[in-house]
Design a protein around this ligand. Sequence first.
Ligand SMILES: Cc1ncc(COP(=O)(O)O)c(C=O)c1O
Length: 395
Amino acid sequence: MSGLVPNARSHRIVESATLAITATANKLRAAGRDVVSLGAGEPDFPVPPVVAAAGVAAIEQGNTRYTPAAGMPSLRAAGARWLNSTFGMDYDDGEVMVTAGAKGALHMALEAIVEPGDPVLILAPYWVSYPALVTMADGEPVIVPAVPEQRFVHSAETIERAAVEHGAKGILLNYPNNPSGAVPTRAQLQAIVDVAVRRDLWVISDEIYATLLYDDAEHVSPAVLPGGRERTVVVSGFTKSHTLTGWRTSFLAAPRAIVEACARIQSQVLGNACTISQVATEVACDTPLPEEHDRRMAAFDERRRYLCAEIETIPGLHITAPRGAFYALVDARELLARRGMDDEAFCRHLLEKHLLATVPGSAFAAPGFLRLSYAAPMTELHKAMQRLRAAATEA
Ligand SMILES: Cc1ncc(COP(=O)(O)O)c(C=O)c1O
């Protein structure tokens, strides 16, 4: 038999569930079916014109060559100014690098920190890529079960118990959380940072939704809390707030030695983040767009309120209102128990029979839940709720 086959590690990496569902929904749509897709994590707003124009100008001016691996020096400086002024951080240019999206930053960080076999704690529900990213870095993902009864914010005691039991090297945090929308209070986060200090954990803090907050939620980075800065790698940027999804630029901020290690790795695997996008991202850093932000957040909030109100009127479904990001994590455990179905079967049924694409909670280690992205216009959400109600109440 031929030995020319993909290796064992590649087989441990599964395809992203959200991308797979979006692909199926797109296929049905291409076949002429009226699919409502609430599967994707991509805002439905255009890139702010001033940012897009900077990308166009970069092309027109021939500003398209390689940059240093860690990013254009002017963008690293702009990134540090933006992180410091927006989130109260304290980084200098050499502690900030530019990566190809938050995904790239998470990959570099894990590659720079994890030794083979190191356990890394991942709090469920988690963004789908975390276990694969830890596996690719030769670490061992350790999933800490979800705590819906605590609005999806794990207690410090639970985290400490898992850290001790598994001898963890680090922990991945993601607030506001995809998929639950959880945002801890400053005190809750400080208690988690205190665990990291006591147990000498690295903290990789995915803050890609940091500016998308509702009600009284406040974004606090572990890097600004006592004991946090020296052990935290911050992943941040404009992917979600400015719809820079396809532009592939984000920031990694961390102690200098980590940034230098990540830049060495990036220099070998990627070179640099797209130059054109770097130019545009610098404009995003230096051009606050409060009216654009308020407009987006008002639209997201209207959708969030609508979904939460509707879901509570559908028999067997419940929801904890998200405090950040743009996902509704629907608790369908009661409905599924009644129907004798799991969340994956129900999502398949929703897509195939009712033409509504959602993501099963199992993809995020939250079985019995469904994730609905409300990065979709109200007209789509109205249709989605009709379809969800029909599916939930059919005989
Ligand atoms: C929690 C979280 N982190 C990272 C990413 C990836 O962001 P990027 O497109 O900047 O790689 C996403 C995208 O869905 C996300 O939800």
